[in-house]
Design a protein around this ligand. Structure first.
Ligand SMILES: Cc1ncc(COP(=O)(O)O)c(C=O)c1O
Length: 320
């Protein structure tokens, strides 16, 4: 499962910062959310099983599920996240995959009512809910929203967290909070996969957390990311006015913007490389028909002054 001292530190953090109900015995250390998804899929699914995913949604999650032979059914998200009541009625659905704190990529927060509906659905159907809580620490206008797992009284939620956003992705460290009755199965699959995770960075991070550095770092980075976010939102408003619709700017390190009718995000993003603009087309995160056109704009690693000049270049790229 990983270093006990590290899992104890994560457990303390999750209980206070994310209202997750857990004990260290339920926490498995993995190499990022990606391995968490892979192990979860191996434990829970057989080829042909039906799972619900958000549309639009995280492409790397879809590749894992497709690789596990799952049938992916798309559930549209809106400003309140996934609405399980709007999911087409399929029989024998095994799980729903959600990003309730900050939907990826549109950035909405799942409302309290929808959280309860989702948990009730899971209990009724005997299905699992997989919560990917990848970047919830960085919320700018209010306190972080408590996890969905913390509301669940029936142990139907598998909670996945990562140090990729809170610290940096090349660490490749994340964790799964596993319902108690599934811990043995997760351990068996893990043993068959890579036996256990490397200990060196776990011990380093355990020290980092025990000494209080993580809390201080989050507070510092929330301020820095907040400044970068403001620079991005203000420059988008100054250069584009109401041209773009901005989505999901209350948390995380990226915002999604949607284009008016008639613009093609893949074509613009290809031209953007000549202006040193790396534009992630929003349409790529859709699997179904009629994807929305726009961009996912990351601001985490870009100083405010570079953001301002990049948005100016984006304006001349799109509007001339
Ligand atoms: C929705 C979502 N989940 C998880 C992650 C982090 O993945 P990992 O922990 O494998 O680096 C990301 C990173 O972009 C993400 O967008």
């Amino acid at each position: 499962m990983g270093s006990l001292r590290f899992r104890q530190a994560i457990c303390r953090y999750l209980r206070t910062a994310r209202s997750v109900r857990c004990d260290p015995e339920q926490i498995m250390i993995v190499s990022g959310s990606q391995q968490a998804l892979d192990i979860t899929a191996r434990v829970l699914f057989n080829p042909g099983d039906t799972v619900l995913v958000e549309e639009p949604g995280y492409h790397l999650q879809r590749t894992v599920l497709a690789g596990a032979g799952c049938q992916l059914k798309l559930v549209p998200v809106d400003e309140q996240g996934m609405d399980i009541a709007k999911a087409p009625k399929y029989s024998g659905v095994k799980a729903a995959f959600v990003t309730p704190s900050h939907q990826f990529p549109l950035g909405s927060t799942m409302s309290a009512t929808r959280r309860l509906h989702l948990l009730n659905w899971a209990e009724r159907e005997g299905a699992w809910v997989v919560e990917d809580d990848y970047d919830s620490e960085f919320r700018f206008d209010s306190s972080p929203i408590a996890s969905l797992q913390g509301l669940d009284v029936n142990a139907r939620v598998i909670y996945i967290g990562t140090f990729s956003k809170i610290l940096f992705p090349s660490l490749r460290i994340g964790y799964i909070v596993i319902p108690r009755d599934l811990v043995g199965l997760f351990e068996a699959i893990r043993y068959a996969t890579d036996i256990f995770p490397p200990y060196l960075y776990q011990e380093v991070l355990a020290d980092f957390m025990e000494l209080g550095h993580l809390g201080r770092y989050i507070r510092k980075m929330r301020r820095i990311y907040g400044e970068r976010r403001s620079a991005l939102l203000e420059s988008l408003q100054a250069e584009f006015g109401d041209f773009f619709k901005v989505h999901g700017s209350s948390a995380g390190m990226q915002v999604a913007v949607t284009l008016p009718e008639g613009f093609n995000d893949i074509e613009i993003s290809a031209r953007g490389t000549t202006e040193r603009l790396m534009l992630w087309p929003l349409s790529r995160y859709y699997t179904g028909k009629n994807p929305r056109q726009g961009f996912v704009l990351g601001f985490g690693s870009v100083p405010a002054e570079h953001i301002r000049s990049a948005v100016k270049r984006l304006r001349s790229l799109i509007l001339g």
